[in-house]
Design a protein around this ligand. Structure first.
Ligand code: FAD
Length: 448
């Protein structure tokens, strides 16, 4: 196979230097390959293996953990241009797509068949399915439909040596052998390059009901979210935003959420029982606040959900947004929200909180001022304290964004040496020369 064509002009290298995490590596990568076909990916990995060159796979570069950031000595393999929907089977309710297809494009293609692709990161219009798979991305609807892992049936992956691995198949159930599809999902470009994916589609819900509720503080809102979870109904969406986030949204959208309360929940139920489930939720919410409204109007619902999708960009207008991603058991949402407030007060760091509360996944967002960086000083101290607070509550350092380059410090306390040793052995089996996205995801366990 011919050697890949590697671009080395500064403009091309600047474009692929980092993602949306706010982290900028000190140096530029050595080159970038723009892959259009599986053969391009194979050729790149064969070349990289032969010359022992580290490869950073890149989808759409919307990641929030520095996972697709690249520096001197590395080449970037950009698969964003492999963006065709290859097949859509309405009867089997599945789609076969290339990795660069944007998340929202799958639902757009499925809609005429009455189907949609459930995982919906807030970045859905500009993140790729390959990146979603590599980070096991979540989103608002994941409270009911599960994260990316629950919507991927099969993968085609190019391994470090250029060989092609096919995992899974078109069946919903399959337990022959270890689950290599699940192993690839969330592996952050360290085990192989996803070049094709078979996705599970779902019927578009017949009906949705949406509730917005305002609270006097974020802890009350978080505790109410726990109560909704405990009530036994299954909302499709259960999202939380604190008062500072509401202020940031109001600045941009000319809305008045921040004056109506200092925290907000958005809850959506769907399907034939949507209204009945919402009745139960209204009963729970009414015990915590009198300020709530429910609607079945599609346009009003979409405005609320769209506001939540705009939260990170709105905070980003106030400083460089570094988005934390801790997860806790859902009964501890209130305690974690209280810890985040305390950490902000004690470190003096400007923290905003949004959460996929239905999944116990909180995003404490540090708005970095000029000259501040997430990996030093107060912001780093705040991140450290947030990890330990989540850890004490039985939680995790990352719910959906991945470890990337920025969170490796906390891997050992969360996973332990034994598990990390096994992860290293797996990495070694897939990528014996360690060329795939080194320094990311499971880094501390990889021997130098
Ligand atoms: C405003 C905003 C809101 C967001 N909201 C959410 C949210 O609600 N939920 C959520 O989960 N995330 C969210 N994200 C984060 C981000 O969009 C997701 O992590 C997304 O999955 C990244 O996809 P990408 O194509 O941009 O990947 P990239 O940033 O290009 O890469 C991410 C990781 O995947 C690897 N990778 C990419 N493509 C492949 C491939 N084909 N094969 C193997 N490895 C690959 C990269 O090496 C890297 O480690 C948000 C981001 C922004 C900016």
């Amino acid at each position: 196979m011919d050697a890949p064509s590697i671009l080395q002009d500064v403009e091309s290298l600047e474009r692929v230097r980092t993602d949306r995490s706010g982290y900028v590596p000190a140096t530029l990568p050595d080159g970038v390959v723009i892959a259009q076909t599986i053969d391009d990916v194979v050729a790149t990995l064969q070349y990289a293996t032969e010359h022992s060159i580290p490869v950073v796979t890149r989808g759409a570069g919307s990641g929030l953990a520095g996972g697709s950031s690249a520096s001197r000595g590395e080449i970037v393999l950009d698969v964003g241009g492999m963006n065709q929907i290859l097949e859509l089977d309405p009867l089997e309710q599945l789609a076969v797509v290339q990795p660069g297809v944007l998340n929202s494009a799958v639902s757009e293609a499925a809609a005429p068949h009455g189907l949609f692709y459930a995982p919906d990161p807030a970045s859905m219009t500009y993140c790729s399915i390959g990146g979603n798979i590599a980070t096991n991305a979540g989103g608002m609807r994941c409270a009911k439909y599960g994260v990316t892992r629950e919507s991927v049936l099969a993968l085609t992956v190019v391994l470090a040596d250029g060989s092609i691995l096919r995992t899974g198949g078109n069946t919903i159930k399959r337990v022959s052998g270890y689950d290599l599809t699940a192993l690839m999902i969330g592996s952050e470009g360290t085990l192989g390059v996803v070049v094709e994916a078979t996705l599970r589609l779902r019927p578009i819900p017949h009906h949705v009901s949406t509730l917005s509720a305002y609270f006097s503080d974020v802890v009350d809102a978080a505790q109410c979210a726990s109560a909704i979870v405990a009530s036994g109904v299954q909302p499709m969406i259960l999202e939380l935003m604190d008062g500072k986030t509401l202020d940031a949204l109001d600045d941009h959208n000319a809305t008045d959420h921040g004056t109506r309360g200092r925290a907000m929940l958005i809850v959506q139920t769907d399907g034939y029982g949507a209204r009945e489930e919402m009745d139960v939720i209204e009963g729970v919410v009414s015990k915590a606040t009198s300020s709530f409204t429910a609607t079945s109007d599609a346009a009003q619902s979409e405005t609320l959900v769209e506001a939540r999708r705009g939260a990170i960009p709105a905070i980003g207008r106030r400083g460089t947004a570094f988005v934390g991603d801790v997860g806790v058991p859902r009964k501890h949402l209130g305690e974690m929200a209280r810890e985040i407030v305390r950490i902000g007060d004690e470190t003096g760091v400007d923290i905003y909180t949004i959460a996929h509360a239905g999944d116990g996944n909180l995003h404490p967002i540090v708005a970095l001022g000029p000259g501040e960086a997430i990996h030093t000083g107060g912001p780093k101290e705040a991140m450290d304290q947030m990890f330990w607070a989540a850890h004490r509550l039985g939680g995790t350092l990352t719910g959906e964004h991945g470890v990337g380059a920025l969170k490796t410090d906390w891997l050992v306390p969360e996973l332990g040496d034994h598990a990390l040793g096994l992860l290293s052995a797996i990495k070694n089996a897939f990528d014996p020369r360690g060329i795939l996205n080194p320094g990311k995801a499971i880094y501390p366990s990889i021997p130098a």
